[in-house]
Design a protein around this ligand. Sequence first.
Ligand SMILES: [Fe+2]
Ligand SMILES: [Fe+2]
Length: 332
Amino acid sequence: MYTQALDTHGKEPVVAAAGESAAHAARFQSRVDADEKIEPKDWMPDAYRQTLIRQISQHAHSEIVGMLPEGNWITRAPSLRRKAVLIAKVQDEGGHGMYLYSAAETLGVTRDHLFEQLLSGAAKYSSIFNYPTLTWADVGAIGWLVDGAAIMNQIPICRCSYGPYARAMVRICKEESFHQRQGFEIMLTLAQGTAAQRLMAQEALNHWWWPSVMMFGPSDADSKHTAQSMRWKIKRFSNDELRQKFIDVTVPQAHFLGLTIPDAQLRWDEATQHYIGGPIDWSEFNAVLKGNGPCNRERLQARRTAWEAGRWVREAASAHAEKLAARTTQAA
Ligand SMILES: [Fe+2]
Ligand SMILES: [Fe+2]
């Protein structure tokens, strides 16, 4: 009921005159321009709704697929403290997925439908999670770089025009900040350790640097959604601007760790006060996006198995809800 009711909210009435619909659109844009939050029952252009459903659900999928590469190390964490921290972090990512699926549901789509799209391969998630975690240092590098890149991407979304998405991001960003620090601390410990540990840290940086830089998405020139999303204040900075911020923050951190960024062309540019990197190999990004990364099949299979294993829980919860509803009707 909840979702069906929302389904009819905010869409243009079929019988609306063209002038009326244009007036709705103008009022909507002026609210966005005035930095007002758009709420689920407010009128919104259908393309705005669809863009948000696509973006929020991709984000939610990325959170729960992102649990897999690190979850893989919970049983092998090198100490009890590291294990407790990693469990807390992976659990946070599950929570992020739940907030985001809930935010997407306010736009009139069901969670079951979003899951179907993920499990059938129709929906995308962040391609970074299709890389394997081969050593403990990879867990450190994910926290430092992948969560670090996620923070750059997500802090501006706290000011997104859509209220439920913006509010979900406030807590998510606080937790991502803890994730980034725990990753950096793992890297720092390794970087100050034995020669073998330093090498492990360097190899993890080599492994995750370029996929992290690519997490910001295609260059602005090739990004088809950027301009409209900026007008709607779903997006506040372009992909290239966010990527530059990430590089500028992360390069000095690598220097502090005594590690080398695997980009021979990387240099400090005095004129612009930015680090300028070498060209990005987008063919790799596109191959991973198309499903040909090292772990695409494994990740989707893990999600499908989890969905099947949880079927009895969903069915039991539905049966219980039906019994409760029947009891309430009888009592009335
Ligand atoms: Fe997260
Ligand atoms: Fe995270």
